[in-house]
Design a protein around this ligand. Sequence first.
Ligand SMILES: Nc1ncnc2c1ncn2[C@@H]1O[C@H](COP(=O)(O)OP(=O)(O)O)[C@@H](O)[C@H]1O
Ligand SMILES: [Mg+2]
Length: 245
Amino acid sequence: MEKDVIIRTENVKKRYVTGEEVLWALKGITLDIYRGEFISIMGPSGSGKSTFFNQIGALDFPTEGRVLFEGQSIFDMTESQQAWFRCNRIGYIFQTFNLIQVMSALQNVTLPMTFQGVSPEEAEKRGIAILEKVGLGHRIHHKPFELSGGQCQRVAVARALANTPSVILADEPTGNLDTKTGTEIIDLLKQLNVESGVTVICSTHDPKMLRSSDRICWMLDGQLDKISTGAEFSLESMKQDTQGR
Ligand SMILES: Nc1ncnc2c1ncn2[C@@H]1O[C@H](COP(=O)(O)OP(=O)(O)O)[C@@H](O)[C@H]1O
Ligand SMILES: [Mg+2]
């Protein structure tokens, strides 16, 4: 059976110009991402992961090449289509959580629904259900400063789910968390991926986070170095563990 491509990047290049300096942060990335998969973008700091995420999520546009969402070029959408796309089709999760500090967990989660025109009563009902799903039913009225890092990231995951997106883009979601909490967040994303079929694209530079992935894209210096599967990776790291002993 032909796999269903949800996002296709075609020879995506990104150039940054800072004063005299010209840097090609992405040097031509061609990648098909399939609906329902859990895909990790792995690479050292500075390899272009965030830049790539920004292109996929329409937060920025390539210098060359195209990003297609369900076959449609995001760049060629009208501005209002792009805004609708960002609000409804993609859920964003960032390393630093990016929550609104003066709002409760529940208000952070219902805000994107309000932008979409959902009534306050309905938004609250849905917001509570999502917070329960991410294990925060007992913390809905807490503000970010009253929550741990892991709990803040759970709120961010809940917010990303607010408008039932097709894709969750998580840029180093565990970068500010300890290993145990980080693993819990990855497990949560994996659970959502399996249960609701949402496509998850997750960047990391922690190899321990890769075992949940269907596929791993290894980035190096703005290029896609290789693609492997989570199973291949687990096998390899098991071999290395035994050799190391
Ligand atoms: N807005 C920007 N202007 C200029 N250079 C940038 C900008 N954003 C990122 N870069 C550079 O592009 C490269 C890739 O950065 P980034 O995508 O943030 O990598 P990663 O997320 O893998 O750490 C780095 O060399 C970084 O310094
Ligand atoms: Mg980054």
